[in-house]
Design a protein around this ligand. Structure first.
Ligand code: MG
Length: 379
């Protein structure tokens, strides 16, 4: 089998979120957006898909690297793309590599008629989810006050979630960031849901060391489960400093560049208690599984960043406890259970006990509505 083409289809979709000037998502009026779907084609007619991607990057870097290659040689292709990043820094991001890698895994699953998590070596068919909120806002009745977070956490608990993670206020909210206000929200959530629910904080990401320590000590008193990315992850020494002083587990790195290599350095330097990575951060399923095995070898916990079928597939193939699927981002004004128009089903359905169930269909498990994409194509 040989790869013959890489095509990116653009199509109209609907969004109910808007982005603030710093790029954070919030609820907004329903609006038209343009989505894309990357399609890897082969001479045997089998195809693999992943949402995202743009044709210019595929034409300039990806097609020269992979057309003519056997799509089952995922590891070889991934290493080639990783090496090509050195001279294509401006175009070949980890996210682009992730799109190609996931489409190749999807292709393999469709070709072999197996779900990807079983090709990876399955360990389970469902994973507990945590409710992951949008960032704080100034929308009345939204996520505008500590009590609003408390009410929303209780609603999530009633929906079945056993864990809840706050993303708190960040610029451009005029008075944000404020670590004391973050702690007020964390306290209101603990107060609302009681002692059982597992709670985590993912705050503003550029606090000083002292502010991060203040946050961590406050979370310890509230019996929080982990603290996530309170400082710039480019400063590993800051995380070593913080992790040494706190009892609450520090989780990271999430957005730091460097794939499995960065995670290895963080583990060796004891810069975090729980490692972190998602398919979009590290360049796909192939490197994320390397991080899983790295953590397993060091006896480290690892929590997967972000949702979607790629991350869910890895979670269902982990031999070490990646405890949670990150479901969201959630907000009182958004109906997360409503599927996107270009899918026939929600890719991460959750039951009443808080478990997300993985698709048993061949490939990554997106139930793509190709008729919708055809009729909404943007040329
Ligand atoms: Mg995070």
């Amino acid at each position: 089998m040989k790869i013959t083409d890489v095509q990116v289809e653009r199509f109209r979709s609907i969004s109910r979120t808007t982005r603030d000037t710093e790029g954070h998502g919030h609820p907004g009026p329903e609006r038209q957006t343009v989505q894309s779907l990357t399609r890897i084609c082969t001479d045997e007619g089998v195809e693999g898909y992943c949402f995202g991607g743009n044709q210019a990057v595929m034409d300039s870097v990806i097609k020269p690297a992979i057309v003519g290659e056997d799509p089952m040689y995922r590891e070889r292709i991934w290493h080639r793309l990783n090496a090509w990043q050195r001279l294509h820094k401006g175009t070949l991001s980890d996210r682009v590599i992730a799109t190609v890698d996931m489409a190749l895994w999807d292709l393999a699953g469709r070709y072999l008629r197996q779900p990807v998590y079983k090709l990876l070596g399955a360990t389970r068919d469902k994973v507990l989810a945590y409710a992951s909120t949008m960032c704080g806002d100034e929308l009345p009745g939204g996520l505008d006050t500590p009590d609003a977070y408390g009410r929303f956490a209780l609603a999530c608990k009633e929906r079945g979630y056993t864990a809840f993670k706050l993303h708190t206020w960040m610029p451009p909210v005029p008075w944000a960031p404020d670590p004391r206000r973050d702690l007020e929200a964390c306290a209101a959530v603990r107060q609302a849901v009681g002692p059982e629910m597992k709670l985590m904080l993912d705050s503003y990401h550029f606090y000083s060391r002292e502010e991060a320590l203040l946050l961590g000590r406050g979370l310890e008193k509230l019996d929080y489960y982990w603290i996530e990315e309170p400082m710039d992850e480019q400063s590993v020494s800051s995380y070593v400093w913080l992790t040494e002083q706190l009892d609450i587990p520090v989780l990271g790195p999430e957005t730091a560049e460097g794939k499995m290599f960065t995670r290895a350095e963080w583990i060796v330097r004891q810069a975090a208690d729980i490692s972190r990575g998602g398919v979009g951060d590290v360049g796909g399923i192939t490197p994320l599984m390397k991080i899983v095995h790295l953590c397993e070898s060091f006896g480290m916990r690892m929590e997967v960043h972000g949702g979607g079928p790629g991350n869910l597939s890895v979670l269902c193939a982990m031999g070490i406890p990646g405890e949670f699927y990150e479901r969201g981002l959630l907000h009182p004004f958004i109906d997360y259970e409503q599927k996107p128009p270009y899918l026939k089903a929600l890719p991460d359905p959750m039951d009443e006990e808080g478990y997300v169930h993985i698709s048993k269909e061949p490939g990554l498990g997106w139930d793509i509505d190709f008729d919708y994409i055809d009729t909404h194509r943007v040329t």
